[in-house]
Structure formats: C-alpha cells, structure tokens
Design a protein around this ligand. Structure first.
Ligand code: GUN
Ligand code: ZN
Length: 432
C-alpha cells in the first residue's frame, strides 16, 4: 500500500461555478475539513472527524485553522520575462522592444534558459502556483529548459515555442517553415509526456506573417490535442497595427480565425477590446480568454469585462502574465481582478476570484478534469494558506464574521508569505 496522507485544516472546494450558481451552493467550505492523498491523487475529502475514523492508517498533517485548497493555475505567463519583471515603460509595443525582446534574445544560451526556468519555478511555487501555461522564446532550447525543469519537479504545465517571423529584432525571428518544423519536433518530444501539454504558440499576429500563421494552423490541425495560445486585443494601438498589417481581416480575431487558429483548445491572452463579432465567435468556438489584470494596469491596456463575458458564458481564466504582469502572486492577481471589476462596476465575489485562479484557469487550459479543485480523482496539487500571514491581514481576518470575510484580506493583501505549504502530485514541497 502506498503511503497515504490526511491533511487537516479548513478546506475549500467547488461543486459548481460561482458565477452561475449561488455562492453558498457553488462553494464548499469546511471549518474542520480533511483531504486524503494517495498515489499523487486526492482520494477522499470531507469532514475531519469522519475521514480520521475512515482512514486510520493515513499519516496526519495537521494544518490547524489554515486553509487547504487546490493550487493556483496561472493560465498565461512568459517565463523568459522573469528577470525583467517591473520594468518601467510606456505602451505595450515600446515595452516589448525596450525590455522584452532584448531579454528573450539571451535564451539562445541553453544554460541561461535553464537558470531562468529554475528561477521561474522557484518563484511561482513560492507563490502557490502549481501549474503555469507559459510562452517560451523562439529558441527550441528555451522550450526544453521549461519542460525539463517542470518534469524534474513533477509539475503539470503547458508551454510552447513562441513563433515570430517579422517585426522582431535580429536573433529573434524564425520563419514559417522553421516555426512549423521546430514546433512539430518539440510537440512530438513533450506533448502529453508526463504532466506536459504542448501549446502551439504564435506570439501575436503582428509578429507572424500570414504564411507563418497558416503553417501553425496546419500544425494544430494535425495535432488537435495540443493547445494553441496567443495574444488578442490587448491595446488599442496594437489593434490599429493589426488592422494595417492585415487589411483584409474583419477584426483582430479574424487574423487567427482565417488560418484555423481558433477552437476549443485556443487560449487567448488579454482579450480586452473585443467586438461583438469576436465575442460571439469566441463563445461559439469554446475558446478561452485569459484575464491578466496586473499586466493590464501595469502596461495601461484597459479594463477586461469580467462581468459581461462571464454572464455571456465565455470560458475565462486568470493569469499573472509575467513579466508584463507585476507580480508572481495569484493572490495579488485576484486583487487586481477585483479592482478592475470595481472600476467596471461589477464587483467580483471572493469565491468567484478564487474559482477563477484555480478551476477557471484549469478550464481555460482544458485541464479541469485533472487539476484546479479539491475533488476525488484530482491530481494532488494543493496549497495551504495562512489567513493571518501579516499583522494587518491577521487583525482584519480576526474581525471576520464569515469565511469569505476571513479570506478576502488575504486575497487583497496577501503574497508569498500567505503560502504555508505546497503539495505537488501528492508530495509536500520543501521551502526554497
Ligand atoms: N503581446 C505580444 N507579446 C506580448 C508579451 O510578451 N507581453 C504582453 N503583455 N503582451 C504581448
Ligand atoms: Zn502575454
């Protein structure tokens, strides 16, 4: 019999989507809960008393009144931008040219790619993120570095080679053919190996020729279980640029759609300034939209319409967008999503924020049958949150009259200090 562990603490799980089901029915919170882990999976959960009696052989990990939940899922991130997080800049294109592209050029060096991949996983795990979907650089070795590092840590991830064959500096361009060939070789090497998902990754339409987008659409058609990730409608000046580069396109989404780069495994980062046609096509296709709130305020991109898009039934995830995003913390990211919701006059409930950072993102990546919730059969990627991690949070949580009021100060003010423990595939991680 493999060793089983019984984790005791408060627990939070979701029985339904809290955007479409009343919160008290959608969320399951237990003040004295337990989660049984065996063989890397959640095999039981429920009230602590019942599970202790039912599973006397399990090794107990008692977290007191700390909160056990699924680990965070960061649905859109650029691991190669780890070292340039929080770089002062003006607008998206200027920020890309000044900081991002010169940094990404360095990833032709496999040792540097590995060093940053390690640093990325250390930082994201310290913040409670157990799965990330990352862009790499144009260099195949950056993809190897990311997947190798994830495999070593047994982390579930998605990633792909970022393809660009125009409007990028020397040393950071591929071609339509090499993007196809390299992406094909990489997906054959990594897709569905262990806990990895390959994502075919055109950076965004301005940096791909129609020929490259067509080649990647063909590759996706040949490998439909892969994800396809890219950027969509982040800033107004970017949208104008796309119009001038693709004069025949109906809108930004059409620059992907015409090359078959839309579908239920498509993951579009940002998606802020959408037209009615784009929204209806995205909904019909079952594609995912990923909200990157700290990035959207940091780069000044605009206000994602969470209320409207969720009410319409869109599939939405949440992400840090490192390094356009300004924090590795999905707690800080939830806080920024809340603030943007306030500016849109659509307050987002803490249950909805937490759902977005776990199940919402897992759904966006089509991984919600494996990760993102405390449920029987799920992979045991979990975190334990200290809801009193700093004096200011502790004194506010102390006054709470219900669970959501106790959790919300950690969402608004918490960071890596709130992450008390991280479990990945049923193994408790040592603090780094
Ligand atoms: N659009 C194209 N590339 C990027 C990127 O690296 N970051 C952000 N925020 N937007 C992009
Ligand atoms: Zn991005």
């Amino acid at each position: 019999m493999p060793q089983s562990y019984l984790l005791l603490g408060q627990t939070l799980a979701f029985a339904a989507d809290p955007f479409h089901t009343p919160i008290d029915q959608a969320a399951r919170h237990l003040t004295h809960g337990a989660v049984l882990i065996e063989g890397g999976k959640v095999v039981d959960h429920g009230p602590a008393d019942r599970l202790r009696k039912k599973h006397p052989q399990a090794k107990i990990r008692d977290y007191g009144d700390k909160l056990i939940t699924a680990g965070f899922v960061d649905a859109h991130v650029h691991f190669p931008q780890t070292a340039i997080i929080a770089s002062w800049g003006k607008r998206l294109i200027d920020w890309l040219n000044t900081y991002t592209f010169p940094e990404e050029t360095r990833f032709d060096d496999p040792d540097y790619a590995l060093e940053i991949a390690e640093r990325f996983f250390d930082l994201s795990r310290a913040n409670g993120t157990t799965t990330a979907a990352s862009f790499c650089t144009i260099h195949p070795n950056s993809v190897d570095a990311f997947f190798q590092t994830a495999a070593k840590r047994n982390q579930r991830v998605a990633a792909g080679k970022t393809c660009m064959d125009r409007n990028a500096p020397d040393g950071l361009r591929d071609s339509a053919q090499s993007a196809y060939d390299d992406s094909k070789a990489l997906l054959e090497k990594w897709h569905e190996k262990g806990r990895a998902t390959y994502a075919i990754t055109p950076r965004f339409s301005p940096t791909s020729t129609p020929e490259q987008l067509e080649a990647l659409g063909t590759l996706w058609g040949e490998n439909p279980t892969c994800l396809m990730q890219t950027h969509l409608s982040e800033q107004q000046d970017e949208i104008e640029w796309v119009k001038s580069l693709f004069p025949d396109a109906r809108d930004y989404l059409d620059t992907y759609e015409r090359f078959n780069l839309i579908g239920e495994r498509a993951v579009f980062g940002h998606a802020i300034h959408l037209t009615a046609r784009e929204k209806s096509r995205l909904l019909e296709a079952g594609s995912a939209l990923v909200h990157c709130p700290t990035s959207n305020t940091f780069i000044g991109s605009g206000l994602f319409d969470m209320g409207g898009l969720m009410a319409a039934g869109q599939r939405v995830g949440l992400a840090t967008d490192i390094g356009g995003g300004s924090s590795f913390s999905m707690l800080r990211t939830m806080a920024a999503a809340y603030e943007i919701g306030q500016l849109n006059h659509t307050p987002i409930h803490p249950a909805q924020l937490y759902w977005l950072a776990t199940i919402g993102s897992a759904r966006a990546l089509r991984l919600d049958d494996k990760i993102g919730n405390l449920a029987i059969g799920m992979e045991a990627d979990m975190i334990v949150l200290d809801l009193a991690s700093t004096p200011v949070i502790a004194q506010r949580a102390n006054r709470a009259t219900d669970f959501w009021e106790a959790l919300f100060p950690t969402i608004m003010m918490g960071d890596d200090r709130a992450i008390d423990a991280v479990w990945i595939a049923g193994v408790e991680q040592s603090r780094s």
